[in-house]
Unconditional design. Structure first.
Length: 339
């Protein structure tokens, strides 16, 4: 039984396996637990093992790659068209194995443990920021119900809370004062945890050559740099800079029919977190860049003369993504070209 391609449909407890020979015929079909998959593959000659890029796929992929197998991870949306008729685990494994044999299929790079650790830290920080925002909104609503209207902004809310608590004529009940004080302590704790993660990103950025090179790009700091290096890894996965921008969802959607192209808004595919970070960085860097005597500044001034500022921000974020690819691919540092 010679297996050329082994498709694995990963599950939390059990996995479905389908093995194809050189002619694409099914030669094995099994269902087993995750740990059994590793033992099963160790007894087989080196082959192509295909999986969807989902939770746990990178860890299992590293274990199987250490056995000499060729790992091919694919986005689930690229596998879906190959599912035949009714959907079940065996059909999914069939589709994964068949999709892995397509010459035009796009594969996901196998991430290292360090990359996954950095991505996890960013996800935790994003959750803490969302939790802090939710807490501040709740404090605002509590105060609004008692006649205290607070302007937008974290600093303004903190200052207003201090004034309200210190005001002897405050109309808040004693129970509400204790409750708001407790919520303020929770807010301060979240600030400390977020600041600790930010400092960890700064330290990592100083010790990592790739991340340090990216911080030279206007609008990219330690958060953007560490997140991009962890997500992109080897830039050779993308043939050119535009492919990275498209992977981040920063290029226009196309609706072409009858040979008449029509470009719509950005596709918003890929990681929402990375796209948000790039656009926020572009929005912060735009006022300074537009006044510089560089090729990028001249381009921005021309774009702002004919397009909405929000369009210019997204266009700048797209250009930043292309610059990121160039620096990672060619291992160079950023140098602003004079106009």
């Amino acid at each position: 039984m010679k297996i050329a391609v082994l498709g694995v449909d990963l599950g939390k407890n059990s996995c479905s396996l389908v093995g194809l020979d050189q002619n694409g015929q099914v030669v094995v079909r099994r269902r087993m637990r995750r740990e059994t998959v590793i033992a099963f593959a160790s007894r087989r000659p080196a082959c192509i093992i295909a999986m969807e890029a989902c939770c746990g796929a990178h860890h299992m992929g590293r274990l199987l790659a250490a056995q000499g197998h060729t790992i091919r991870l694919m986005s689930p949306e690229y596998v879906r068209p190959y599912v035949k008729a009714q959907k079940n685990d065996d059909r999914d494994a069939d589709a994964i194995a068949e999709a892995a044999t397509r010459p035009t299929m796009r594969f996901v790079e196998l991430k290292s443990e360090a990359q996954l650790d950095m991505q996890t830290l960013h996800r935790v920080r994003d959750r803490l920021v969302a939790e802090r925002t939710s807490l501040m909104n709740q404090i605002r609503s509590v105060l609004l119900e008692r006649g205290y209207v607070v302007p937008q902004g974290r600093a303004k809310l903190a200052s207003r809370l201090t004034e309200i608590v210190a005001d002897p004529a405050c109309t808040l009940s004693l129970r509400m004062r204790h409750l708001i004080a407790d919520m303020r302590e929770r807010w301060e704790l979240l600030d400390q945890r977020i600041a600790a993660l930010d400092e960890e990103f700064h330290q990592h950025c100083r010790s990592n050559d790739q991340a340090r090179r990216l911080t030279g790009i206007p609008g990219i700091g330690s958060l953007n740099a560490t997140a991009l290096v962890a997500a992109v890894g080897d830039a050779r996965t993308f043939a050119r800079g535009r492919d990275l921008a498209a992977w981040l969802g920063l290029v226009p959607r196309q609706a072409t029919t009858g040979g008449k192209p029509r470009l719509l808004g950005i596709s918003k595919r890929g990681s929402k977190y990375l796209r948000k970070m790039l656009i926020q960085g572009a929005r912060a860097a735009l006022p300074t860049l537009r006044n510089t005597n560089t090729r990028l500044g001249v381009w921005l001034r021309g774009l702002l003369a004919r397009a909405h500022p929000n369009t210019a921000v997204v266009a700048l974020a797209t250009k930043m993504a292309r610059i990121v690819w160039a620096l990672l691919r060619h291992e160079r540092s950023y140098q602003a070209a004079v106009a």
